[in-house]
Design a protein around this ligand. Structure first.
Ligand code: SAM
Ligand code: SF4
Ligand code: SF4
Length: 355
């Protein structure tokens, strides 16, 4: 298998039906996880992707090369829990060789981070995001159904020690669960030099115990935070970045990702590849393109690029906006995808396609 070389491969930025460029790629490196967060993996047992279908590091780097030939310049490694993937630093070293990749980030639950932070930094990983929904060990256990809070804290502490800057902490804000911890999380972020980003609870398919009542909206978050901090200023928008950033009076910044109440599909340049090479053009998409099969039968680089290009050029997805429209029209009932369909196709679960 040959790696497409940046110097002789064509470089175009593919655009979809709404003119949105292909820029950001989320690579799910495993569908396994060492937590069972209720909003993501509420079941204990899942149908796992067959091991032989999971792409090797080389296959992932090769696929990424086709995407970067077509405009991708940012890669985020996710999962499942990406640090469960054996020798992740090796994948990072392969991705770093691709000079079109300007930014390689990782989203992790932090449990295995203390063991791996240094190796990840040495391999060339640029940025780390740790998901952290609560600062109360008992709540953590209740939400994730594992007793791993202490290891997550060690993981967070190890990030700066390893040499990383720009740590982010992602919190899913859930009404009636952690709405009383927003201030504490921002204060914790200050202590560990991390920017906190609050994500609105999403129903993205998969079993996720979602209900409208549990969504803590951006407006509600801002009300809570303003009551504590005083005036909060919005900061200028940064292109297709999903987080809206805000400034507190003391200069601290934080973000809100209002995916549920204020979808940002209009500028969305993201797509996702699952650990077994299924490509989804939207977090909400129920159908994707199998890139593993053509890759493994040795389809040429030009043909692979043609498949990806055609897939992106035909993209009309605006999943979160469509969802919102259904809600407005009163047509949205229950979860997005039924449990039977989820059992038939595990790709539809959030932990398979990466958040
Ligand atoms: N296991 C890693 C982690 O938790 O950081 C990476 C994968 S996880 C699927 C990626 C992100 O998706 C996490 O920050 C998680 O909080 C978020 N997520 C999962 N289910 C969600 C939901 N229903 N609504 C909002 N965010 C969700
Ligand atoms: Fe939680 Fe991430 Fe695992 Fe989902 S993939 S259960 S969000 S740790
Ligand atoms: Fe992008 Fe789909 Fe999310 Fe909209 S719902 S922002 S199109 S991934």
């Amino acid at each position: 298998m040959t790696m497409p070389t940046p110097d002789n491969a064509p470089h175009v930025v593919a655009a979809d039906m709404f003119g949105r460029p292909l820029r950001s790629l989320r690579l799910s490196v495993t569908d396994r996880c060492n937590l069972r967060c209720k909003y993501c993996m509420p079941e204990e047992d899942y149908v796992w992707l067959p091991r032989e279908d999971v792409l090797t590091h080389e296959e992932m780097a090769t696929l990424t090369g086709y995407f970067t030939d077509l405009g991708v310049d940012r890669v985020r490694l996710t999962g499942g829990e990406p640090l469960l993937r054996r020798d992740l630093p090796r994948l990072i070293r392969l991705l770093v060789q691709n000079r079109r990749v300007m930014d390689i980030a990782l989203t992790t639950n932090g449990i295995l981070l203390a063991d791996q932070a240094e190796a990840l930094f040495d391999a060339g990983l640029h940025r780390v995001t740790v998901s952290l929904d609560t600062l109360r060990p008992e709540r953590f256990r209740q939400l994730t159904r594992r007793d791993e809070y202490a290891r997550v804290m060690e993981g967070i502490a190890s990030v700066a020690r390893a040499g990383f800057t720009g740590l982010k902490l992602d919190t899913v804000a859930i009404r009636g669960f952690n709405d009383d911890e927003l201030v504490a999380l921002i204060e914790f972020g200050k202590r560990v030099q991390a920017e906190v980003r609050f994500i609105e609870y999403m129903d993205v398919g998969g079993a996720n115990e979602w209900s409208q009542q549990k969504v803590l909206s951006r407006a509600a978050m801002l009300t809570i935070l303003t009551a504590h901090y005083g005036t909060i200023e919005p900061m200028p928008e940064r292109g297709a970045a999903p987080a809206q950033r805000f400034l507190l009076p003391d200069g601290t910044t934080f973000g809100i990702i209002p995916s549920t109440t204020t979808p940002f599909c209009a500028t969305c340049d993201r797509s996702r590849v699952t650990a077994d090479g299924m490509w989804y053009r939207c977090l909400y998409a129920t159908a994707g393109t199998d890139l593993r099969k053509p890759l493994r039968v040795g389809v040429s680089a030009d043909e692979m690029r043609a498949v990806i290009r055609a897939g992106w050029e035909g993209r009309r997805d605006r999943g979160a906006e469509d969802r919102k429209a259904l809600e407005r029209d009163g047509l949205r009932v229950g979860g997005l995808i039924g449990i039977e369909k989820l059992r038939e196709d595990p790709h539809l679960e959030m932990h398979a396609r990466g958040g």
